[in-house]
Write a protein that binds this ligand. Sequence first.
Ligand code: M6R
Length: 613
Amino acid sequence: MCGIVGYVGKRSACDILINGLRRLEYRGYDSAGVALLTHERLLVVKQTGKVALLEKRLAETVPAAVREQARIGIAHTRWATHGLPTEANAHPHVADGGQLALVHNGIIENYATLRRQLETRGCVFVSQTDTEVLAHLVSTFDTGDLLAAVSQALKRVEGTYGIAVVSTRHPGQIVVARKGSPLVVGIGDNETLIASDVSAIVAHTRQVIYLQDGDVALVTAEGPQIYTLDNMPVDRAVANVEWEIGAAEKGGYEHFMLKEIFEQPAALQNTIRGRLDLTLSTAILSGLSLSPRELAAIQRLVIVACGTSLHAGMVGKYLFEGLADLPTDPEQAAEFRYCNPIIGPDDLVIAISQSGETADTLAAVRESIQKGALVAGLCNVVGSTIAREAGRGVYLHAGPEIGVASTKAFTAQVTVLLMMALKLGRCRRLSRETGRTLCEEIVNIPAMIQKVLAQNEAIAAIAAKYAHVNNAFFIGRGILYPTALEGALKLKEISYIHAEGYQAAELKHGPIALLDENMPVIALLNDIPGKEKTLGNVQECRARRAPVIGIVTEGDTEAEQGVNDVIRLPRTSVYTAPVVTAVALQLFAYHVARLRGCEIDQPRNLAKSVTVE
Ligand code: M6R
């Protein structure tokens, strides 16, 4: 949540910062702001709403020549935590009579105490934020060394932060620091960039350093000097960003979400590539760093995740129990960390997170490591905190996901879990023949998704019939239940329709009371075991006049006859059914939201990466 970008170098900073903010907008879009250093003057412009409004404000209030002059600056896009999304609460926050500016991602937990102390020393606060405390605190410690001032200030702070600071007293310098919120430094040719996420800077450089918790860095055009808060120099490796800038652009699609839905066949090719051993009928997941003997010794799996990633983990339960005979407990990551989980050295904890930065999932990883369990990260963002701290895992390789609603990450997560289940199964009781069949099914996933995408127009037509509703139910059974939850989450988060997912059998234990002609039910009726019973539940819905959209297997006339509207999917096995079904539900949610005129890529109140508890 919140995006930070900074630049110091020989070019004009303003455009680089605004373009960087545009790419970070998925992290928050309540307000945006920029601080530019020009001729030892600090110019701060802030605006509520989106980056486009900030750009307009800059053009209206700051002469082009002045904007052009600045060679150093920092900028921010906000997801509000403390205080309303007003201009006063927007970052950058200033101190030292307007000489120092600071941007922050994270939460300062002891801000109220610090604020009282600073007020007694004469600091005047103009916002309700926790961040403004940091700006004043740094300023009070600044006796000529900005790096030392930031370190001193941060030693008094409890909470999480990724910050960047500039001051007219230290021209040519940005000081950055991180604890719990990501920060990356991009190294260019006589210029250095900083950002919350590489997507903001990859247009300028592919050489990056991922700062680690506890790092503080003095950033100049020549590059960063990195230290601990106790002023001990530290070495951080320079990494090369592998993906192209085009991967983080819309590429002709109306929305990132639509692009990401349509790129799933290619994304999943990347997820699968090189990871199947067709001779031994198993998966090659070297990032797990566990021998077949160690894998066979695992007694239980615990999956920790949030949101869509949790739904993928819930599918994982069916995969691991069905294919590897391994008891599997998916847990909402925030609940897991507060329930004193019983885990130990025989358990493998799998942390699933697209961003690799979700605060609750990261905390669950730390708790699991502390308790001596094996931990594996299943992340999309390379170099992310969860990927690094877990120490072992499997990357999704799905490419950057920009739309706030997660799409290709879900299908990639389920595919990776399927490959993990294959591998764990083959270390146990799974036969070579079953392993071989599974390998073939996995290889076939991209082609299956392509067939679902070919239904786009048909799905759009059905979406048009239901776009006006206020409520919707999604029902599924067995391995399709988590997909029903995911379908409901997609619809509610981007269209604001109240949608709930249920186990098909659960309806009659209460929710059925809500059914009438205004409550469509999206029933997952894929032709896999359990379908007949779900068809029975569909009849119960129709008897209450609820219109039913059936997600059916092509050619299944029995299922088609039981419903009002039909979305046809290719025939799959039970284990790959969640992937193809999710794609159809993503398209359905997308078209409903589009017809309702919603802000699809940036739904209200949400942010892509939830780095606060
Ligand atoms: O980055 P993560 O996978 O850890 O994010 C977890 C959730 O915040 C995320 O999946 C969220 O539910 C999405 N908005 C769903 O589309």
